[in-house]
Design a binder for this molecule. Structure first.
Ligand SMILES: [Zn+2]
Length: 357
């Protein structure tokens, strides 16, 4: 973004696909009507609240399972569901083998903080199965070599995160927990992937990626981690899977402040998309911007441009973050030792992949 024209309202650069600048403003900003977005609609909020009520009425304990990533959104969500809706959650985290050290320290910190704050034991299920980690490694290796047209972040995250959902759904199903709540913020994942709730057709079908069944490097030991309703006895009740933050009022700045004030996470350093709870993130951004098969722009800019447009994230802050990243990428300063180490662990060659081999 160094020296590039940027939208006068959000943070999209002029060369972003579909930005179509007019009078210094991008098309998305020109077409934007406040409160008309796909998330946080009144009926969605009502539906969400009715699910909490239904789950409480079942008498199940825990009555919701919440995915905890070590980030602010899931921490805030867990606290909010206890405080505002009187829910009794179990928390679940999945170690892909590529969780950042920050995630490893934030996850237990959050669980501990929630227990202290609410004065009770909260069950935390931490899946760190070596077999699952090997499956994740193989999946990453395959996808880094075979990214879709939508780029690295969108190809890889949209297999990785849903697999976490699948594993959480399995736990909920086996234990009769009626709800699976994911801590996704709005626009995460894209609207087309998940508006608010996983549709019934999706719950009633297998989630094994079709390409996986055709590749020799993957076997039943990999596929068994993915959701498959046929695994369960006929008549088994499946949980609802949804993203409450898509339905409830969401303000990034408020969530950040809330987490710090309530002591739910130790620092706010994780809000930079370079250094999240996943060690693959830098590599994916690098290939998306610099790689021959990348998308040619920062894969996170659209999401943060949307939050700036909504007025829930600071324009100056995100403009600085993205400009700095852009500068580091162009100057060859983005790639670091950790990235090289991570690529070796996955089994990919940074240089070859950059050239698109
Ligand atoms: Zn704009």
């Amino acid at each position: 973004m160094e020296g590039k024209e940027v939208c006068s309202n959000c943070i999209l650069p002029a060369d972003f696909p579909g930005a179509d600048f007019e009078g210094g403003k991008c098309k998305l900003c020109r077409d934007y009507v406040k409160g008309q977005g796909p998330y946080g609609q009144e009926d969605m909020k009502e539906r969400c609240e009715s699910y909490f009520e239904e789950a409480r009425a079942t008498g199940a304990d825990p009555n919701v399972i919440i995915g905890i990533s070590g980030g602010k959104d899931s921490a805030w969500l867990a606290n909010h569901l206890i405080e505002k809706y009187g829910m009794s959650p179990a928390l679940a985290s999945i170690d892909t083998g590529f969780l950042s050290p920050l995630a490893h320290s934030n996850i237990p910190f959050t669980v501990d903080a929630l227990e202290k704050r609410h004065g009770r034991k909260i069950e935390h299920i931490f899946i760190r199965d070596p077999g699952l980690q090997e499956t994740y490694r193989k999946v990453y290796c395959y996808l880094f070599k075979n990214p879709g047209e939508e780029g690295y972040v969108h190809t890889i995250c949209y297999i990785c995160a849903p697999l976490m959902e699948d594993i959480t759904m399995d736990i909920a199903t086996r234990r009769g927990i009626p709800l699976v709540a994911m801590g996704y913020s709005p626009h995460q994942p894209d609207v087309e992937k998940l508006l608010f709730e996983m549709p019934e057709e999706e719950i009633n079908s297998s989630h094994v990626p079709p390409w996986m069944t055709k590749k020799n490097e993957f076997g039943p030991e990999d596929m068994e981690w993915f959701w498959d309703p046929k695994k369960y006895e006929k008549g088994t009740k499946f949980p609802r899977v949804f993203a409450p933050l898509h339905a409830l009022p969401y303000d990034q700045e408020k969530v950040k402040r809330g987490c710090v004030e309530k002591g739910l996470i130790p620092t706010m350093e994780d809000t930079d998309p370079r250094d999240t709870n996943c060690l693959l993130n830098r590599l994916m951004i690098y290939f998306d911007v610099m790689g021959k098969r990348g998308i040619g722009f920062n894969p996170y800019i659209e999401q943060f441009a949307w939050e700036v447009r909504e007025g829930t994230a600071s324009k100056k802050y995100w403009l600085d973050v993205f400009s700095e990243m852009d500068f580091a990428l162009k100057m060859g300063k983005f790639k670091d030792k950790e990235m090289v180490k991570v690529s070796k662990k996955i089994g990919i060659d940074i240089k070859k992949l950059k050239e698109g081999v």
